[in-house]
Design a protein around this ligand. Sequence first.
Ligand code: BGC
Length: 767
Amino acid sequence: MKDYIKIDEWKIIEDGFNSAHNKISESIFSLGNGRMGQRANFEEAYSGETLQGNYVAGVYYNDKTRVGWWKNGYPEYFSKVLNAANWVGIDVAIDGEQLDLAKCAVSNFRRELNMKEGYLKRNFTAKNNSGKQVEVEAIRFCSMADDEAGAIKYTITPLNFDGALTVTPFIDGDVVNQDANYDEKFWDEVAKGCDDNDCYIQMRTKKTGFDVATGMQFSILQNGQAIETAHEIIQKEKYIGAKITLQAQKGQPITVFKYAANLSSQNHKVEDLIINLKATLDRVSKKGFDTMLAEQAAAWEEKWKHNDIIIEGDPSAQQAIRFNIFQLNQTYTGEDDRLNIGPKGFTGEKYGGVTYWDTEAYCVPFYLSTAEQKVTKNLLLYRYKQLEQAYQNAGMLGFGNGAALYPMVSINGIECHNEWEITFEELHRNGAIAYAIFNYVRYTGDADYLVDYGLEVLIGIARFWRYRVSWSAEKEKYVMLGITGPNEYENNINNNWYTNTLATWCMQYAMEVMEKVKAIDADKYAKLIAKLNFNEEQETGKFTHIIDNMYYPYDERNQVFLQQDGYLDKEQILVKDLPASDRPLNQKWSWDRILRSCFIKQADVLQGIYFFEDKYDIDTIRRNFDFYEPRTVHESSLSPCLHAILAAKLGDEARAYEFYLRTARLDLDDYNNDTEDGCHITSMAGTWMAVVEGFGGMRMRDDKLSFKPFLPGKWASFSFHVGFRDSLLNVRVSKEQIAIKNLSGIETTVLVHDKTYLVKANSEVVI
Ligand code: BGC
């Protein structure tokens, strides 16, 4: 765990340069606008430890899978949102000596991520080998208002010399992915060029054939005056820069404004890319840096209106929750149903920027409450549009007849995980996708979604489970063999309680939705089942038989649901009895030792209890929590947040807060020693859930929002925003009261500790 980020309620601050933390800071200070994003790499050259990262959403490469002996069913490739052209670079040389913080004496270093207004600022003083000193301030952002554009204002002031200063703003497409399976370069250059102060490169991804045009336009101020200077065009393979040599005067600042844009063939015709790129650059540079920055602040003000959480009395918790909300909004804006949320967002390469079940199980609740309805709808449509591939994936397992298996890891709908033995059998993701549909419709009331899209997905998923279970003559029950549950520290197990429970729930829900759709639009229903060749009587008959005869492992002695068959054959040791030196297990123990131990990576049975909480009485929840949590090592960042919610439900406020602390500052404090790979974006949604569903006790009950809040002991108060069916509520919990303010013109009814309250338009209810 690190403790170098300064506490501030609206900013993330690093004071002083510690090169050993650079890769961590590059992750933490990342920028994004849903369409593109980047790690906080320096503008000027840096020869120290760094992970260069610029990403364009939806632009990926299919990297051939790397395995030992090939087996049928292995994915052909691992898709990754690849490292794209670097548009932030500005080389600086002082009398011919390159400015490189790894080779200078650095002082007054400070990085600030301004979360209120959405920009990154960096200041430092550097003294080079010949004793020349400059002061630098760099401000940059990825524009929320113009999501294909970004801008940089880079100011250098000579402190103790007059002399030649060269600045070279550039675009560098000669980049690699650190995680490339075969050390290949993923891009080919298509074109590059420069006119006046515009330079661009167009590149194409190998195999997948996405074209991305990245360009820049620059202007220079010296001592506050715009100057026109000649520049020399520097061209190398996949690189173009404009070198400008200036006579610098001591104390007189030189400012480079660099406007940049990234346009991809996903959104533009290939033949129009360069024309549209230039038009974008012209448009944003005409606006100018200050206007763009003001628009950025306005866009973020609008976001914060809908999703700020205010914590009084604990600045560190305040900073942390805003950081999580900020990063989630930088990652996904919901404008485009072809995009999704990679577990590391735009902050690193790990997990390839592709989609996992994290989206449906963890991110959907966040976006449902904090963004317009269309944002979550687009996440659902993303899967709807990949239904064909889900049929193909099921086909590879031997199931036809309209069975759909969504992938565990994918960007284009085709399964592409790198780790066969774990992810292949994590079939539970199919259920999370059905659960997200249920969650969306329950929250928004948008039953039309079921008619037009949802039911089609649900039938495919239900059919998959129907074929994937098998009849055990011995048990006289349906069983499910060869599974990995959410707990990835058990592979190829039989009868994972969570997966069996989810599978029958999916079949049940699909049948309920059939009835609903029939009632809403019988004609559309008839067309759909004809299209799917769905034999209603026979297939629902089969679903019902499975639902009625499914086997759920249970342990009578402890009165708990059993994670899987044979779980109790394992030596039962508790996490508290593990030596600290053995943790984290995934770094200290062999895989064999992990698999035969009883230790649980993340919520598994408890994931099911969280999803289907209403089915279980409080004693059942408590017994399962008390049994499984002490065996859980929480080595997935998705784990503590669910435990926080369940502990809150059980009235264990202290533990709820303790679990919350384990996720809230996970990246800011580099809790798991892995933030340098990127931030844990999807688990940030879990942190939000821990506050709103945990401390706020928010649930959906009978078509209404229900709250059962409590105030963590250390806090003076907390408040959060939730949007619900066109109304926007602010819920504030303090020692004295719970206040629910309706910030919209639409009245709504809520439940607080099971009592009903009408919250009129633009008014407040105080309890
Ligand atoms: C977790 C998975 C998760 C993945 C991506 C893994 O460590 O065990 O549940 O989907 O990370 O976040």
